[in-house]
Design a protein around this ligand. Structure first.
Ligand code: GLN
Length: 289
């Protein structure tokens, strides 16, 4: 631990924030890397004459902050951490930073199956950091889930996140392309869930730097029209779902109606487009017959 005066720290902090960026990201950096929580920061204003203990030197924290400001490096990757629902997750540039709007997908599951623990067998296709699967595995300790990803490095992150979040072993991890790792679970799933890559090619090219230059292309790009992977997932879902099993997908802001048509074409029922908190038709759900 390094000790510096609160006065020196506050002058430095003001200088850093004057360069740009938002207060929230800076506080995140101080907390994750510097070891100064929001609570500590609030105390400083009460006791401005004291000393402060830091995990890293100010120069180091400044170089990280500069990487964020100058290169648009996402603060979550620099801190290797993100918060999602009530989870604290490790994220590296091998996985997408789970988005706040995706948090709602867990509530959709609660609405369908209830919040009480029950026997449920689910699979998440393309788990990335593991966020959705881990939230479900924790919410339903009696159920079993499988989280898949095509990228073994991503899967390692997800496994690490699961081990840090849960003492149970009700979630298993398999590597492979969409349904491929689930060959031995044909007709067995109560629920399949996915936030697949759905950004259309043209849109992908125009994404902000902090997304395009750092987040995995494979987790974002959904082919020419954005629906390439969604199409594949929907088409094969009937093979893996139980009768009346549910499929829940996240999609791009304007894809709801098209995804709904794909559900209809593949003989799903109870199809619904579910809005996110901004009123965008972000999720499409349906059950197989
Ligand atoms: N919602 C993410 C974004 O806008 C995209 C996630 C995805 O393609 N599944 O960056």
């Amino acid at each position: 631990m390094l000790s510096i005066s609160v006065k020196e720290f506050l002058i430095w902090k003001k200088l850093q924030l004057s360069k740009g960026g938002d207060q929230e990201s800076f506080a995140f950096l101080l907390d994750c890397i510097g070891g100064i929580s929001n609570f500590d920061l609030n105390l400083l204003s009460i006791n401005p004459k004291g000393n402060l203990y830091l995990k890293k030197k100010l120069d180091f924290l400044e170089s990280v902050w500069d990487d964020h400001l100058v290169k648009c490096y996402p603060i979550q990757y620099l801190c290797e951490t993100t918060y999602w629902r009530d989870l604290k997750l490790k994220v590296t540039n091998k996985v997408l930073i789970p988005r706040p709007e995706t948090e709602l997908i867990v509530d959709i599951v609660f609405n369908i199956f209830g919040k009480q623990s029950r026997k449920l067998f689910f699979a998440e296709l393309g788990t990335g950091s593991g966020a959705i699967s881990i939230a479900l595995a924790l919410a339903y300790p009696l159920c079993n889930g499988i989280a898949t990803d095509i990228d073994q490095d991503a899967l390692e992150i997800a496994i690490n996140n699961y081990m840090n979040s849960s003492k149970q072993s009700n979630l298993k991890f398999y590597c492979g392309h969409w349904w491929t790792p689930l060959e031995s679970f044909k007709g067995k799933l109560d629920l399949a869930i996915s936030n697949p890559p759905y950004i259309p090619k043209d849109t992908y090219e125009k994404l902000p730097k902090e997304v395009k230059n750092f987040e995995p292309r494979i987790a974002l790009l959904g082919g020419e029209d954005g629906l390439q992977h969604i199409r594949e997932i929907i088409q094969k879902a009937p093979i893996f779902l139980k009768e009346k099993g549910w499929l829940i997908l996240e999609n791009h802001f304007d894809q709801g109606e098209k995804v709904k048509q794909l559900f209809i074409k593949n003989k799903f029922t109870s199809i619904e487009i579910v809005n996110d908190l901004s009123g965008i038709g972000r999720f499409t759900i349906g059950r197989y017959k």
